[in-house]
Ligand binder design. Structure first.
Ligand SMILES: [Zn+2]
Length: 435
C-alpha cells in the first residue's frame, strides 16, 4: 500500500459532522481512529496519543530539548456530502484524471494524511524533533470545535506554551487577487470573529384579511434594508496592509504604487476594496448577512413576531460588542436587537520572527514559485482556540489550488490532484526538518 492508497482508505470512512450530533455515525469515527493506528504503526509506536472525550486526537512526539513545542493541526471530521450531482461517489475515494475525488480530500483529511505520512517517514528515519511536537486532529471542527477547546484546556493546565501552531487556512493560489500575477501562498495571521444576531419585530397580529399598516413583517423588512444601507465602517487593518505590501512586487502600474505604501494610500485602498464587494469588501469591514427569516406559522395569519438572523463576520480590530452596537445603530429602535452567540476576532500573529521564518522557509522550499503573503482568514478555524496559549498561530494549507478547486470546499466534486497532494507531504517533511 502506498501513500495515495492510505489516503484513499481514510477518505472512505465517512466521518461526517452534523449540527444534530444524534445523526452522526460515531462508529465511523472510531473506525477512522483504528485505521490510523494500522496505517501508521511507527508513528503510533513513537508518539503518545490521547483520545479526548469527543474523539479528537492529541499526539505528543517527545523532543530532544525543552524549547517551545510546536502544534500541527488538521481536523478529521468532514461536512456532509448529501447534495446530488457528484461526478464520483463522495466516499469512494476514486482515482480518476490524476485526482483523488471525495469529501475531505481538501478539507481537511488531505492535510492530515499528508502530515501523518511525513511524520511516519521521519520516525522511520530515526528523526527526533528539537522540542516536543504535538499533532492535534479535531473530531468536530465543522460544528462546535469542542475538541480544540478541550485540547487547549488540557495543554494550558499542563503549562504547555506552544511556539508555532499551524492549522488549515490559505492555499497557494494563482488567481486569488485581481491584478496580482503568479502564485501566492496565503498564510493566515488572524481570523475574523463571528456574531449571530437576531432582529425581532413585535406588533399586534390578527387575520390576514384585515391587515394593519406597519405590521411586524414590514417593520422587520425596513430594518433589514437599513442594515444594508448602513454598512459597518471600512478600515485597513494591519495584517491587510501587510498582505498588500507582500503582493506589491506581483502587481504593476498604479496598483503597485498603492500596494507598496498601503498606509499612505489607506483611504483610496479601503474605498476600492469595499466597492469591490465579496472578498474585497470582507477584508476591510465587518460583514452582515441576513440568513434566516421567520414570520407567522400560517399563510392566513399575520405575524405578531417576525425575526431575522444576521450572521456577522467581525473585522480584526472590532469586537462582538461593537458589532452589536453598530447593528443597533443601523436598524434603529423599531426592532429589538439580540445577541445569540459570538466570538471576537482572533489576535494577530506576527508576520516575522523565528516561528514565521520556520514556516515560510518550508513554504519557500516547497513552492519556490510562490510569494508568501500574510492575510486575514474570513472563515473560522479550530486554531482560534490556540491563540489563548500561543502568540504565533498560522493558518495555511500546503496545496496549490485553482479558484475552481477552492470552490469545491464544502461543495460537490471536492478533489485534489495527486501531484498537489504528494507535494503537501514534501511540505510537511521540510517543516518537520525545521522543528
Ligand atoms: Zn476545515
Amino acid at each position: 500500500m502506498d501513500a495515495v492508497d492510505r489516503f484513499r482508505a481514510l477518505l472512505r470512512i465517512p466521518t461526517v459532522s452534523r449540527g444534530d450530533t444524534a445523526l452522526e455515525d460515531r462508529e465511523a469515527f472510531s473506525r477512522f481512529r483504528g485505521t490510523l493506528t494500522e496505517l501508521y504503526p511507527r508513528l503510533h509506536e513513537r508518539l503518545e496519543l490521547e483520545v479526548l472525550a469527543d474523539g479528537s486526537l492529541l499526539y505528543r512526539w517527545p523532543g530532544r530539548g525543552d524549547g517551545a513545542p510546536a502544534v500541527l493541526m488538521a481536523h478529521h471530521d468532514v461536512v456532509p456530502a448529501d447534495e446530488p450531482g457528484w461526478r464520483h461517489e463522495p466516499f469512494a475515494a476514486e482515482l480518476a484524471d490524476d485526482r483523488v475525488w471525495g469529501r475531505g480530500t481538501l478539507d481537511d483529511k488531505g492535510t492530515l494524511v499528508a502530515m501523518l505520512e511525513a511524520v511516519e517517514s521521519r520516525v522511520a528515519a530515526g528523526f527526533e524533533p528539537a522540542a516536543d511536537l504535538y499533532l492535534f486532529s479535531g473530531a468536530n471542527e465543522e460544528t462546535t470545535g469542542a475538541g480544540a477547546s478541550a485540547a487547549v484546556e488540557l495543554l494550558s493546565a499542563r503549562g504547555v506554551r506552544p511556539g508555532l501552531v499551524l492549522d488549515e487556512g490559505g492555499a497557494v493560489a494563482a488567481d486569488a487577487f485581481p491584478g496580482v500575477s503568479g502564485d501566492v501562498a496565503f498564510v493566515g495571521v488572524a481570523e475574523k470573529g463571528m456574531a449571530g444576531i437576531r432582529l425581532v419585530a413585535e406588533k399586534p397580529g390578527g387575520h390576514a384579511a384585515t391587515p394593519a399598516r406597519n405590521g411586524a413583517t414590514t417593520t422587520l423588512a425596513r430594518a433589514i434594508l437599513r442594515l444594508e444601507q448602513h454598512p459597518a465602517p471600512a478600515r485597513l487593518s494591519a495584517p491587510v496592509a501587510q498582505m498588500l505590501r507582500a503582493l506589491a512586487p506581483r502587481t504593476s502600474g498604479l496598483q503597485r504604487r498603492l500596494f507598496r505604501s498601503p498606509e499612505r494610500y489607506r483611504r483610496a485602498l479601503v474605498r476600492i476594496l469595499a466597492a469591490r464587494g465579496g472578498e474585497g469588501e470582507a477584508i476591510v469591514r465587518t460583514t452582515r448577512a441576513v440568513t434566516r427569516l421567520t414570520g407567522s406559522a400560517a399563510d392566513n395569519v399575520i405575524a405578531e413576531r417576525a425575526t431575522a438572523t444576521v450572521n456577522a463576520r467581525i473585522a480584526v480590530g472590532s469586537s462582538v460588542a461593537r458589532t452589536v452596537d453598530e447593528v443597533r445603530r443601523a436598524v434603529g429602535d423599531e426592532v429589538r436587537v439580540e445577541l445569540v452567540a459570538g466570538g471576537d476576532p482572533s489576535p494577530v500573529s506576527p508576520a516575522a520572527g523565528p516561528e514565521w521564518d520556520r514556516l515560510t522557509r518550508a513554504i519557500a522550499a516547497t513552492f519556490p514559485e510562490a510569494v508568501v503573503a500574510p492575510y486575514v482568514m474570513l472563515q473560522a478555524s479550530d486554531s482560534r482556540h490556540f491563540t489563548a496559549i500561543s502568540d504565533t498561530v498560522y493558518r495555511f494549507m500546503p496545496f496549490d489550488l485553482t479558484a475552481a478547486e477552492r470552490g469545491t470546499l464544502h461543495a460537490i466534486d471536492e478533489s485534489v490532484r495527486v501531484a498537489t497532494w504528494l507535494r503537501a507531504i514534501d511540505f510537511f517533511d521540510r517543516l518537520l526538518g525545521e522543528l
